[in-house]
Every structure is written in structure tokens, then in C-alpha cells.
Design a binder for this molecule. Structure first.
Ligand SMILES: Nc1ncnc2c1ncn2[C@@H]1O[C@H](COP(=O)(O)OP(=O)(O)O)[C@@H](O)[C@H]1O
Ligand SMILES: [Mg+2]
Length: 246
């Protein structure tokens, strides 16, 4: 019955929440459409890559033309890698497998190069290359990283700043990564609410208050933990530990 679905929930939703849900729904639909567009880009990109490589193998092509073709080819390859990464990331399939934390961080940071650059944020990595691999769903790990890093970039919206991503093997049964920014930090009165569902200090349309809620739940579903450190002199560090399953 239609009436029962409408009056199903006791809590009436506010106009703000409705706007927010409508916006989330729109972004979810746009996301699906974009995945289709990205998929469509694959075929023309392959044509550009193979055609430019054929031209480069021809005899007697002037040096200046070869140089231009080489640039076309390398830019097309970069786009093709990006689109393949995007498609992979947007997939809804749960696939648990061996995951290299450092490579996953590299993927997300490359993916966010433009987001960092347009805010004047310098990205630094201190990755421990002796880390063992993890056994988990790499798309969920990407989502965790994306949420924390986007928050950090948004916190440095006006000021520019520095984003530092570190990895380390903390013990024989877990690894840790930390993401630090030098934005304004989180006010002491907000710290307890930061992981709450719908807690946001951003304007409607800019924040949903779901990022850290989802992130914390994902980390815990992997058997790990997430903690927040406000740094002296401003800035925030999120520290995430993930267990090694042997
Ligand atoms: N790196 C950070 N620096 C300062 N504040 C942060 C940072 N990360 C999260 N926050 C605060 O936590 C709130 C909740 O974050 P989140 O759950 O991702 O929701 P949203 O980003 O949609 O607001 C943000 O609105 C912001 O106030
Ligand atoms: Mg967020």
C-alpha cells in the first residue's frame, strides 16, 4: 500500500535533510552516468594510442612530428589508466584479495592530484615499502582513503597547506597509515561527534556528515581502528590501523 510506505517512519524528515538526501541521490545517479561515459572513453582512447604508435613506427616521419605524436600517445595512455582506475573503483563488487596499501595510497593520491593542486596543497608521502600485503576489499580501502583525504583537502580549502600520508608496520599483526593536514584542526567540543552520522560543519551540498561515519564503520568491519589526533599548532591527523590476517 502506498500510504504505508509514506508513513512508514515516525521521524518526519526536515526540509534540510530532504534536500541533502535528494542531493545525495542525484550525485549517486550522476556517478552511474559518469561511469558509463568513462566506459565509452575506453574505445576511442585505444584507437588514439594504437594509431599514434603506428605513426611512430613509420619511416621518414619528421622529428618534430614524432615528438608531438609521442606526447599524444603518452597523454592518451595517462587518460586510459585513469579511466580504467575509475571504472575499477566505481565497481560495486565485493572482492577480497591481497592488497598493497602503498600502491592503493598512490592510486588515490594520483586520482586526487587535481583536487590537491587547485587548493594549493602539497602532497608528501612517506611510505614504508617493507609492508606486507593485506587481505581485504581494495575498493573499500580506497573509499576509506578517499573520505579522509578529501576532508583534509577541504579543511585546507582557503589556506593551501601540506598533506602527509605515512605508512608503517606497527607490529607483527597490524599495519598503520596516517593522514595529516595543516588545516585549522577540529575544535575540542566537536571531537566526540566527528564520527557521528550526519555530523557536518559544511554547508548543505558540500558535506553530508556521512564520510567519517562510513569510514569508521568500514575500518571496524575490517577489524581495524581509527583515531583522531589534533596536532599542536593546528592541523589534524587521522590514524588507521588494519590487521594482518594470516
Ligand atoms: N581533516 C579535517 N580537518 C578539520 N575538520 C575535519 C577534518 N576531517 C573532518 N572534519 C570535520 O568533521 C566533519 C565530519 O566529516 P565527514 O563525516 O566526512 O562529513 P562531511 O565531510 O560531509 O562534513 C566535517 O564536517 C568537519 O567539520
Ligand atoms: Mg567528508
Amino acid at each position: 500500500m502506498i500510504e504505508s510506505t509514506v508513513s512508514n517512519s515516525d521521524e518526519a524528515i526536515s526540509a534540510d535533510l530532504l534536500r541533502q538526501l535528494a542531493y545525495n541521490e542525484k550525485m549517486a545517479e550522476l556517478g552511474k552516468i559518469s561511469a558509463g561515459v568513462v566506459h565509452e572513453l575506453n574505445a576511442p582512447l585505444s584507437v588514439i594510442i594504437s594509431a599514434s604508435q603506428m605513426i611512430m613506427r613509420e619511416n621518414g616521419v619528421p622529428e618534430a612530428v614524432l615528438e608531438m605524436i609521442a606526447r599524444i600517445s603518452s597523454e592518451a595512455q595517462r587518460l586510459s589508466q585513469l579511466t580504467r582506475g575509475l571504472l575499477n573503483f566505481s565497481s560495486h563488487d565485493a572482492t577480497i584479495g591481497e592488497v598493497d596499501l602503498n600502491l592503493t595510497i598512490d592510486f588515490i593520491l594520483n586520482f586526487l592530484t587535481y583536487e590537491a593542486a587547485r587548493r594549493g596543497v602539497v602532497v608528501l608521502r612517506q611510505l614504508d615499502f617493507s609492508l606486507p600485503t593485506l587481505l581485504l576489499d581494495s575498493n573499500l580501502l580506497k573509499q576509506i582513503l578517499l573520505n579522509i583525504i578529501m576532508n583534509a583537502l577541504q579543511a585546507m580549502e582557503e589556506s593551501g597547506g601540506k598533506l602527509l600520508v605515512e605508512t608503517a608496520a606497527t607490529s607483527s599483526d597490524s599495519v598503520r597509515f596516517t593522514i595529516s593536514d595543516n588545516g585549522p584542526g577540529i575544535p575540542p567540543e566537536s571531537i566526540d561527534r566527528i564520527f557521528d552520522r550526519y555530523y557536518t560543519t559544511k554547508k548543505p551540498g558540500e558535506g553530508t556528515g556521512l564520510g567519517l561515519f562510513v569510514t569508521k564503520n568500514l575500518v571496524e568491519s575490517m577489524g581495524g581502528g581509527i583515531t583522531l589526533l589534533n596536532r599542536v599548532g593546528g592541523g589534524t591527523t587521522f590514524s588507521v590501523s588494519l590487521p594482518l590476517r594470516k
